[in-house]
Design a protein around this ligand. Structure first.
Ligand code: TYD
Length: 411
């Protein structure tokens, strides 16, 4: 009998998987910290793999869940105006197109209530499930009802006993965070009414491959989904994709709409997306080997550019201490010698240092009051919103450095 203890297994179908890229030792994307914590900083091996059987793109090792989502979780969804509008439209779509009379809506990972607030305001019965206590408290302050727990089948059973089955199960930028997805989908199957709808969105694998936005790969993103991999997973629980809608958020996301098999018509968008993924070889190893080479090229170009500016004595700062920037900074080996500080509007991050790379995170006013020569746009996914409000930076002679899809200085 062969010993398979050294094999890595796909989190979805349990087939053997082999990493095609290693990003090296990586700290937590949201692990902003103080100097006295540097010595005990948590790292894991960040390798990514693609399963040739079920087509799921995934991280090979998962860091401890308790290290990631806790009472001091630093990410507050409500920090972007654009995202608040996005979730308002998402909620309107659900209410208008999918909800029956007297509906009950459940959201997984309701964060600070940015989405459910829209249901609460209309007095629609709802429940948020949010394991990070500090963000859940912020949601409660907005009149959003939530439980501070991880979603499991037993929690789903408890909700059904106390509140009945759900008409809609929603999640945004949450499903791809969960390594034990089978338990969640089982829980969804228990929670959902037979006629209910599942709608969730996450960064789309297709955008990451096309834009070389490898910064979407970090500890919290256990998976990068595609229509193909989602169809496979939910198919095992009697559900199917009925619609699929690309989103601009997070630099390119996909909204998946699923229901129990045979309960709704399937839109052409679903068939088209599945064909697109086949045509673009999402199921082939070479696609990922090519992606790896593109990541390496992007890394080398960014490091060269920053070193060059440093030699010229230019002031370079970072704009927005995103979780994504943790992958860039650590994979590229960029520290405070190349980036003076990173400006961020989130109070909980200010005064701390970036995970692994230990660049100071400073309040936005530090950027605004003394514009640098260059700013690296780490929140490239919010480029439109940021560029529009930072006209004065350009007027001061400042320039943006971007790295998605290409590393360049915006002229
Ligand atoms: P986002 O891309 O949503 O984050 P992540 O990669 O962590 O998922 O960016 C959110 C971060 O960017 C948050 O720390 C706030 C910061 N930010 C600014 O500092 N200024 C801005 O104008 C915007 C839009 C975001």
């Amino acid at each position: 009998m062969g010993d398979d203890s050294f094999m890595n297994k796909c989190l979805i179908c349990r087939e053997e998987i082999k990493p095609f890229i290693s990003f090296g030792k990586m700290p937590l994307g949201n692990g902003f910290l103080l100097p006295e914590q540097f010595a005990e900083e948590y790292y894991f091996d960040m390798d990514a793999a693609f399963c040739s059987n079920c087509k799921m793109f995934q991280l090979v090792q998962q860091p401890d869940e308790e290290q990631m989502f806790h009472e001091n979780y630093a990410f507050f969804s409500g920090s972007s105006v654009f995202m608040a509008k996005h979730f308002q439209k998402f909620a309107e779509d659900v209410i208008k197109n999918y909800l029956p009379d007297d509906p009950f809506v459940v959201e997984l990972g309701s964060n600070d209530g940015i989405m459910l607030k829209n249901f609460a305001d209309q007095k629609i019965r709802h429940l948020g499930i949010e394991p990070s206590r500090n963000v859940a408290e912020a949601a409660k302050g907005k009149g959003v009802e939530c439980v501070t727990e991880f979603f499991t089948e037993s929690l789903a059973e408890k909700i059904v006993r106390e509140k009945g089955q759900a008409d809609a199960f929603l999640a945004a930028n949450v499903m791809c965070h969960i390594p034990y997805l089978h338990k969640v989908v089982k829980g969804i199957a228990t929670l959902l009414k037979p006629t209910g709808i599942v709608m969730f969105e996450d960064p789309y694998l297709g955008d990451v491959l096309k834009k070389i936005s490898y910064d979407q790969i970090y500890d919290e993103h256990t998976f990068l989904f595609s229509a193909t991999s989602i169809q496979y997973l939910f198919g095992q629980y009697g559900m199917e994709l009925v619609d699929i809608i690309p989103q601009k958020t997070h630099g390119g996301s996909m909204r998946y709409v699923l229901s129990n098999k045979g309960t709704r018509d399937i839109t052409e968008a679903v068939t088209e997306q599945l064909s697109y993924e086949k045509e673009n070889k999402f199921d082939r190893k070479d696609t990922y080997d090519n992606f790896k080479q593109n990541c390496e090229k992007s890394r080398d170009k960014l490091v060269e550019l920053l070193k060059d500016l440093n030699t010229q004595g230019k002031r370079v700062v970072g704009y927005a201490a995103t979780s994504k920037s943790t992958t860039i900074l650590n994979y590229c080996g960029i520290g405070p010698e190349l980036i003076e500080f990173i400006s961020d509007t989130t109070p909980i991050k200010q005064g701390k240092y970036t995970p692994g790379s230990h660049i100071p995170v400073r309040p936005y006013s530090d950027f605004k009051d003394n514009y640098p020569d260059y700013a690296v746009l780490f929140a490239w996914n919010h480029a439109e919103e940021i560029m529009a409000k930072e006209q004065d930076f350009l007027k001061s002679g400042g320039k943006w450095i971007v790295f998605v899809p290409d590393v360049k200085i915006l002229e």
